[in-house]
Every structure is written in structure tokens, then in C-alpha cells.
Design a protein around this ligand. Structure first.
Ligand code: ZN
Length: 330
């Protein structure tokens, strides 16, 4: 049979005609189908990156693997709150892996190793969310990079990230200060962003990153004293509602605006470059111009929030806010 196909194909090439051409195609299709079948039966986990809210054929396999490891997740086919919780809890227990709540090639390897020999203890680092049916209940999992923190979703009072570090970037001040810190995954990404901006001849400076709950209590109280509560609430956050507590945010600035955090920063070369390039490093301009009714914040061209490259690119391309992006995934 094979010999016949070879002959027939040769005939096509020579004569551009073969009465049994259709049959040869059918045979080729059958071979392809058999190959695909084999792929699904080997239970190979995907190497694709999958973020919260995404669905697909690869997701139930990931969920089944997590169940086999001992996690109380459901096989829903969507990277839902339980699945993201399980990924994050594992990441927090293992060294050399970024804590993100995202499934990717590195997590494929981790899961395969854990299936082989389980060393993690489910829920040892992070409590399982109460519910799986509402994706924006991200606050159950303050470690995931898509956690939604805003005036309606507060972080747990005691939340202090375990993986804070000082990124190797320029600051306009010398002294040690907790606000220099970011979570590891965001710090690494910020270093790359700064490097790329320097290559463009730009002068970015990091001004303010991690802020603890207690620090935000003091900041908000000072603003209320100075401007009154209503005014303070429009440009600063109540304790627990500040994204800076996630450790995924850095306010950046430049010498041209005196290292201040002001709207004019958006008009500098640095501000313009960030607007169009930050997503390539996993950051978004969290409070864009014209979206104040959604974010409940004034335009802040300096406030960079890490969400991971995949989500950041979609948010940039569709000119969305994080609120709109998460809403669309529900
Ligand atoms: Zn900020």
C-alpha cells in the first residue's frame, strides 16, 4: 500500500494527475488523526502559558495532576480560583520558582516532579478560597499576579509578601527604605524594563514600591488631616486597598519632573515610552487617562503594576483596565 502511494505521489509530480489522489489524501488524514490520538493518551501536560480565567483542552489535565498531588481542586476546564490557588501554594513552597499563580513551562516541570515525588503540602502556605465561582475573588490569593486590589477589594490586613526584594534599579535617594522593595517576580521584570529604557537613552527612576498595611494607615491619615477625607480618597487609598501592599507596584519618575509623581510625567519621553513598552515586561499603566470612572483613581502615568506579560499585552492592545480585563474573563 505504502509503495503504491509513493508511486502515485511520484505520478502526481510527473503527470500532475492521479485518479486516486483523493484516497491518498484520506490516508494521510488518517495518519494525522492517529498521531493526535496518541498525543492525548500520553497525558502530556502543555508547555503553554495559561493565566487565570483561560480555558482549553489542556486545563483539565493540569487540574487532574493537581488532584493527584493532593490539591482539592475541581476539573472545570477553566483556570479558576481553586486552580490558581493550588499553583500559588506550590510556588510558595518551592525554591527557584516565581510565585505568580500562572501556569507555564516551569510549572509543568514542577507538577511532573511533584507527581513523581510529592514534597509540597496542600494549603500549607495559602488557604483555599471559600468559593470557586467568582473569578474576581482574587483577594483570597494576594500572591497571584492578577489579584484585583481596588476600592472594593481590600487585601487581608496582615498580608506581607514573603518574597520582597530590592530591585537593582536607580532610585532618586540613597538610603535604605522598605518602599524600595518589590516581590521577586516584579523586581526581576522591573530590572529588565529599566535596562531596556536605558538602552533608549531614557532616565527612569524608581520612587515608591512596596508599602505595608501599617504604613498605608499613616499615609491615609496624613492625607485626611491635610485635605479632608473625601479628597484624600480620590488620590490615595485606604489601608488594604492600596495596590502597593501587593509588592507588584512601583511608582516611577524622572529628573525632568523633579522626581515627582505628577501628571506631567506622562508627557516626558520616559512617560511616553512606558505607555507603549511597559507591557513587554509584564507591567501596565494601572490608572490610565479616561478610565477614572472604572478605576476610581485619577490618571497616574507613573504607577506601574505587574500582571505578567500575557495579561499586560492584552490589556495594552485592547486599551483596557485590569477591572475590564478580569470582567471579560468571567
Ligand atoms: Zn502608586
Amino acid at each position: 500500500m505504502k509503495k503504491w502511494i509513493v508511486l502515485c505521489v511520484s505520478a502526481i509530480l510527473l503527470l500532475s494527475a492521479c485518479s486516486n489522489n483523493e484516497e491518498a489524501t484520506k490516508q494521510a488524514n488518517t495518519n494525522e488523526a492517529t498521531e493526535n490520538n496518541n498525543e492525548t493518551t500520553t497525558n502530556e501536560l502543555t508547555e503553554e502559558t495559561i493565566v487565570k480565567g483561560e480555558e482549553g483542552d489542556a486545563v483539565p489535565m493540569i487540574q487532574q495532576a493537581l488532584i493527584d498531588i493532593g490539591y482539592d481542586v475541581e476539573e472545570t476546564g477553566v483556570l479558576d480560583s481553586y486552580t490558581v490557588w493550588a499553583l500559588t501554594d506550590m510556588q510558595l513552597q518551592l525554591e527557584d520558582i516565581a510565585t505568580t499563580g500562572i501556569y507555564d513551562k516551569a510549572m509543568k516541570q514542577v507538577i511532573e516532579e511533584q507527581l513523581d515525588q510529592t514534597t509540597v503540602e496542600p494549603a500549607a502556605k495559602l488557604d483555599r478560597p471559600d468559593s470557586n465561582d467568582h473569578l474576581s475573588l482574587a483577594i483570597d490569593n494576594p500572591y497571584e499576579v492578577l489579584a484585583l486590589v481596588n476600592k472594593s477589594n481590600a487585601l487581608p490586613e496582615g498580608f506581607e509578601p514573603e518574597d520582597l526584594t530590592v530591585p537593582d534599579v536607580r532610585f532618586p535617594f540613597e538610603e535604605d527604605d522598605p518602599k524600595k522593595q518589590l516581590r521577586k517576580v516584579a523586581a526581576d521584570a522591573l530590572e529588565e524594563l529599566f535596562e531596556a529604557s536605558e538602552a533608549e537613552g531614557l532616565n527612569l527612576f524608581a520612587q515608591s514600591g512596596y508599602r505595608s498595611y501599617d504604613r498605608q494607615v499613616a499615609v491615609f491619615a496624613a492625607n485626611v488631616e491635610k485635605h479632608g477625607e473625601e479628597h484624600a480618597n480620590t488620590y490615595s487609598a485606604r489601608p488594604g486597598e492600596s495596590e502597593h501592599q501587593t509588592g507588584l507596584v512601583m511608582d516611577v519618575t524622572t529628573d525632568e519632573v523633579g522626581f515627582d509623581l505628577i501628571v506631567e510625567f506622562g508627557e516626558t519621553d520616559e512617560g511616553k515610552w512606558l505607555k507603549d513598552n511597559a507591557h513587554e515586561y509584564g507591567f501596565i499603566i494601572r490608572y490610565p487617562e479616561g478610565k477614572e470612572d472604572i478605576t476610581k483613581y485619577q490618571y497616574e502615568p507613573w504607577h506601574l503594576r505587574y500582571v505578567g506579560e500575557q495579561a499586560a499585552t492584552e490589556i495594552y492592545e485592547k486599551e483596557m483596565t485590569l477591572e475590564e480585563y478580569l470582567e471579560a474573563k468571567q
